[in-house]
Ligand binder design. Structure first.
Ligand SMILES: Cc1cc2nc3c(=O)[nH]c(=O)nc-3n(C[C@H](O)[C@H](O)[C@H](O)COP(=O)(O)OP(=O)(O)OC[C@H]3O[C@@H](n4cnc5c(N)ncnc54)[C@H](O)[C@@H]3O)c2cc1C
Length: 314
C-alpha cells in the first residue's frame, strides 16, 4: 500500500527532482500569509512542471500549482500535500503568425518588456499586473477593459487525465475573471498570444500611461495584499459596478480585524498590516460582504482565491 511518507522517494524516481519539506507558504504569497506546505517544489521548465504534476497524479497525492502567488490567500495551517511553484519561463515571437509563445511560468512583466523592446502591440494593458502567464490565464487577468483571454490564440494544457491538449480561445470559456480552468482540472503549460507589430515608442507610452494610472489607485508596491479582494458585480446589461465604491458606501473604510485592514485609498483592497492571519482576512472579508449585502442586496464574490489546507488539483 502507498503511504504518504513514501511520496518523496517516488517523486524523485519519477522526476529526478528533490522535494523540500515544511516550506512556509507566506514567503510565496503577496499577502505574506500562510503556514507550511508538507512538500514543495519549484519547477523551472515545462518538462519539470509536467513531470511533477504527472508524478503527483500517479501517486494520487494532493497537489496545487501556483505561479507568482499574487491572487492567493493560503491557510494559516498551510497545505497538506505538494505545492508546485511554476517558474517555467520562455518567450518566443513567431513573426509569420503574429504570435508570442510563452511558457506558463513567465512573468507578465517579462512579456510586457519583450513587447516593448520588440515593438509588439496589444499586450500593454498587462503592464503592472503581477504574476505569471499561467495564473493570468486561469483567472483571465486584465485591466482597463481588456483581459488576457482577448489575446489568447491557443493554450497548451496538461489535462486532468495527464494528457497534453491544446485548446483554442473559443474553447477556454473566458469571461470576467473566469476561464474554463476554474471549472475543469487542467494545468497551463504554454500559451500563444496574438500581437501586432507597432511602433516601440507608442507601445512604451501606453505602458507608462497604464503604470501611472495604476500607481494612483493601487497600494504602493510591496504592500502585502493580493490585489482586488472582490470582483466587480456585473449588471444584467453587462456593465460593472466597482466593488470598491459599494464597499466605501457601505462604510468599509477604516475597518480591520486584527492585522487585516481595508486599504484606505481603495476599499476593495484588504492589506496585511504585518502578521495578519488567514482567519483575520476571512473574518474581515465576511464582515465586508455582509455590510454590502445588507445595504444593497448585492452579494460580492471573492476574486482572491482562498487555498484550503486540503485543496487539490487531482
Ligand atoms: C498589487 C496587485 C495588483 C493586481 N492587479 C490586478 C489587475 O489589475 N488585474 C487582475 O486581473 N489581477 C490583478 N491582481 C491579481 C493577480 O496579479 C492576478 O490574478 C494574476 O493573474 C495572478 O497570477 P499568479 O501567477 O500570481 O497566480 P497565483 O496567484 O499563483 O495563482 C492564482 C490561481 O491560478 C492558478 N494557476 C497558476 N498557475 C497556473 C497554471 N500554470 N495552470 C493552471 N492554473 C494555474 C492557481 O492554482 C490559482 O488558483 C493584482 C494583484 C496584486 C497583488
Amino acid at each position: 500500500m502507498k503511504e504518504f511518507q513514501d511520496f518523496p522517494a517516488f517523486f524523485s524516481r519519477e522526476t529526478g527532482l528533490v522535494l523540500s519539506r515544511d516550506v512556509l507558504l507566506s514567503v510565496y504569497s503577496s499577502f505574506r500569509i500562510g503556514g507550511p506546505a508538507d512538500y514543495f517544489i519549484e519547477v523551472k521548465s515545462e518538462a519539470e512542471l509536467t513531470a511533477a504534476v504527472r508524478a503527483a497524479r500517479k501517486f494520487n497525492f494532493p497537489f496545487y500549482v501556483i505561479g507568482g502567488g499574487y491572487n492567493l490567500l493560503f491557510d494559516d495551517t498551510g497545505y497538506r500535500g505538494l505545492m508546485i511553484r511554476n517558474r517555467a519561463s520562455s518567450l518566443k515571437f513567431i513573426e509569420e503568425k503574429g504570435i508570442l509563445e510563452v511558457a506558463s511560468g513567465t512573468r507578465l512583466a517579462e512579456v510586457v518588456n519583450l513587447a516593448v523592446s520588440e515593438g509588439l502591440g496589444g499586450l500593454e494593458f498587462l503592464a503592472g499586473i503581477p504574476g505569471t502567464v499561467g495564473g493570468a490565464i486561469y483567472g483571465n487577468a486584465g485591466a482597463f477593459g481588456q483581459a488576457i483571454g482577448d489575446r489568447v490564440d491557443e493554450v497548451k494544457l496538461l489535462t486532468g487525465e495527464g494528457k497534453e491538449k491544446s485548446l483554442r480561445q473559443s474553447e477556454l470559456g473566458f469571461g470576467y475573471r473566469h476561464s474554463f480552468l476554474k471549472d475543469h482540472p487542467g494545468i497551463v503549460l504554454k500559451a500563444s498570444l496574438r500581437v501586432e507589430r507597432d511602433d516601440r515608442n507608442r507601445i512604451q507610452k501606453k505602458v507608462e500611461d497604464y503604470l501611472t494610472q495604476r500607481e494612483q489607485k493601487h497600494p504602493p508596491e510591496g504592500t502585502a495584499c493580493a490585489g482586488s479582494y472582490f470582483k466587480n458585480p456585473v449588471l444584467p446589461d453587462g456593465s460593472k459596478i466597482p466593488a470598491g465604491r459599494l464597499l466605501e458606501q457601505a462604510g468599509a473604510r477604516g475597518m480591520r480585524v486584527g492585522q487585516a485592514a481595508v486599504y484606505p485609498g481603495h476599499c476593495n483592497f484588504i492589506v496585511n498590516l504585518g502578521g495578519a492571519t488567514c482567519r483575520e482576512v476571512l473574518a474581515l472579508a465576511a464582515e465586508l460582504k455582509e455590510k454590502v449585502q445588507r445595504q444593497t442586496g448585492i452579494c460580492l464574490q471573492e476574486e482572491v482565491i482562498y487555498v484550503r489546507a486540503d485543496a487539490s488539483m487531482l
